[in-house]
Design a protein around this ligand. Structure first.
Ligand code: AMP
Length: 283
């Protein structure tokens, strides 16, 4: 496994892999790797001959009040995990490599798909993601890239970015990897106290209840959602959003119709930890 820090080194390694006829899959991450990330690497391997992983905590996608400073950084353990998955190349740039030191003349504006969900609550979040992923795609030049369903809105935004910016890359979505009790794996789960960790699976349980109740009851989610917001609150969660959204436009849905795909999605704080989760479903 090659571990490199510069753009030139990535390009040279990828060129070698491509020259030997290999198809390249790319898995961008912010490190603190867990089984969810590893499931992406395994899926990437199924779609290509060589896998490139990037590990970079992107400052541009954190608001000033967010956890950029305390985000877990576990480089050595991450590299061990990548090695165990037979990753071909790991790109670990620093801020200077990714953003330089000079004045910035350009930015990427995300105009649609970011009004609700994480886009609604985290100002500038998807601009930061679009910027860094755009750069990473240009640096790595992979044939396919794998992202997790856990960040479904991110996937939709990147899908449209790839179309509009004519990136020559195919995006693949990996299912949500979960702990045995249902909690979606996340690097941020490391912030949870033992007590909070016990409560945390309720977020997914509530999403499952919502999907089941929408399949068996009236197709208008609002009252149901109100009740579930109360339930989460009563169990110590501080709600950010809980709703049903259409999977194309990422907008809230008031009346569900049969056969269409919807996203039941939630974000909530337990103490200082922000958890997100979702289920794609139809009624
Ligand atoms: P992150 O390191 O949190 O930026 O995530 C890197 C990639 O891993 C993103 O595409 C995430 O959607 C994906 N990911 C994170 N957690 C999970 C999970 N529990 N299951 C599947 N994919 C995940």
């Amino acid at each position: 496994m090659d571990v490199v820090n510069t753009v030139e080194e990535v390009r040279s390694c990828v060129r070698k892999l491509k020259n030997s006829g290999k198809k390249i899959a790319f898995v961008p991450t912010m490190g603190a790797l867990h089984e969810g990330h590893l499931s992406l690497i395994r899926l990437a391997r199924q779609h290509a001959d060589a896998v490139v992983v990037s590990i970079y905590v992107n400052p541009e996608q954190f608001a000033p009040n967010e956890d950029f400073g305390s985000y877990p950084r576990t480089a050595e353990a991450d590299l061990e995990k990548c090695r165990a998955e037979n990753t071909d190349l790991v790109f670990m740039p620093d801020d200077r490599i990714m953003y330089g030191t000079g004045e910035k003349y350009f930015s990427i504006e995300v105009r649609e798909l970011n009004k609700y969900l994480d886009g609604g609550s985290r100002k500038g979040f998807f601009q930061g993601i679009a910027l860094v992923v755009n750069k990473l795609f240009n640096i790595v030049g992979a044939d396919v890239a794998v992202f997790g369903q856990k960040d479904f809105q991110q996937f939709r935004i990147l899908e449209e970015m790839v179309k509009e910016f004519n990136h020559d890359i195919k995006l693949i979505m990996a299912p949500v990897a979960r702990a045995g009790d249902g909690l979606a794996l996340s690097s941020r789960n490391a912030y949870l106290s033992p007590e909070e960790r016990k409560t945390a699976p309720l977020l997914y349980a509530v999403l499952q209840q919502i999907v089941a109740e929408l399949r068996n009851g009236p197709p208008e989610p609002e009252i149901l959602l109100q009740n579930k917001r109360e339930l989460l609150k009563a169990n110590g969660f501080k709600n950010d959003y809980l709703g049903i959204f259409d999977t194309e436009k990422m907008q809230p849905v008031e009346h569900l119709v049969k056969g269409r795909n919807y996203l039941a999605a939630a974000a909530a704080y337990l103490g200082k930890t922000r958890l997100i989760d979702n289920i794609i479903f139809s009624i």
